[in-house]
Ligand binder design. Sequence first.
Ligand code: LLP
Length: 432
Amino acid sequence: MTRTTIPLPHLVGFTERAGTWYAEELALGDLAKEFGTPLYIYSKKALTQAYQAYDRACVDANGKRRARIHYAMKANSNLAVLDCFLQLGSGFDLVSGGELARALAIGADPQSLVFAGVGKSAKEIAQALKAGVKCINVESIAELHKINSVAKELNCRAPISIRVNPDVDAQTHPYISTGLKGNKFGIAYHEVLKTYREAALLSQIDVVGIDCHIGSQITNTSPYLNAVDKVLDLVAQLKKEGIELHHLDLGGGLGISYGTESPPDITEFTNTLLNRVAERGFGHLDIVLEPGRSLVGNAGILLTQIEYIKPGVEKNFCIVDAAMTELMRPALYEAYHGIVPVHTKAIKSATYDIVGPVCESGDWLGRDRTLAVEEGDLLAILSAGAYGFVMASNYNTRPKPAEIMVDGKNVYVIRARENTSDLFASEQVLPK
Ligand code: LLP
């Protein structure tokens, strides 16, 4: 399949009507006029529907809760997005003191927070213990001992879970695979039992759970089920040894369609996992899911304007005002995002590489796209709600774009566009 025939992903919040693209009830062209470009736009309806699909699957036919959602805020940590999920009943998965501060800023219950991450500092561990998080996910024996000593200093107990590295191939991009023994994440499968025994002897540690996350943008459920089975084998063995766990955290990772992928839908995926846990006799555990991308990925787009059309010797370039600084995924993972003109025009189409103004040949957003466009036109870069704005940078002293959220006919600025002067306001030249 050539790139030009890749279908568009199914979108809930963004639609084309009579040759014009809309975010819910608002025309993208009007939003560009009002808020400028580049511009991140999120649909509240799309966020809500994705969350509700998970939530429905987390409750059984008798209305009993089978699992809880802890949104992985690394995917998109804007306070308005977090608050939207908080209002829907979500907990959160955090990976830094900064993310903890965001969760507390929106008033999340600390008992709804799990704190993961491979290199937590003593300061971050102390912040999490003082806040009273539900659990700290341990990724190494050295970290286990650091948590114990920080808890001793604070004269408190530390609830922990051990992140298992199950050595399962998630069949995704190598940069976002995390469950193989060559990855830096988690404790090697054969060392997990030993680590639990060690943890159970430490004075300040409460062993409460077990967790696992094998990677992201996973489109096939079978590696996930392999990992679940391996983790459940450990839970059974621990039980025999008298170490009773209270929760089982299965991580995130469900992929979305950017065009060609056909991942299982949220309900089917969640049911498959939860049914497996129940069949194996562990349905009584408090089950935690940590989805990120599947909640926000297709709920956001990046709107950009064409600065120049530049015919080249080998390629034609469509130079836009967004760049790798706004959306890093193509440069970093050669990721594909659908790109559509906001207005359909009856002009001749041509094949372009869509590139930004940054001084790097890796600064591209789409390759070999056939578009009927001219200078000044707007393009919507689709499926940009996850790992878009959060991975933005100020490289080339480029201010970060604004973010807005659309709710029906209403629109809210949820992060103002940065000013150039703010970017170097905290810098100093040496005294003369
Ligand atoms: N839990 C843990 C422990 C994780 O490390 C992650 C993602 C998640 C949950 C959420 O995974 P999700 O449901 O979003 O797949 N920047 C990359 C993705 C990095 C994912 C990192 N960990 C990208 O743009 O594709």
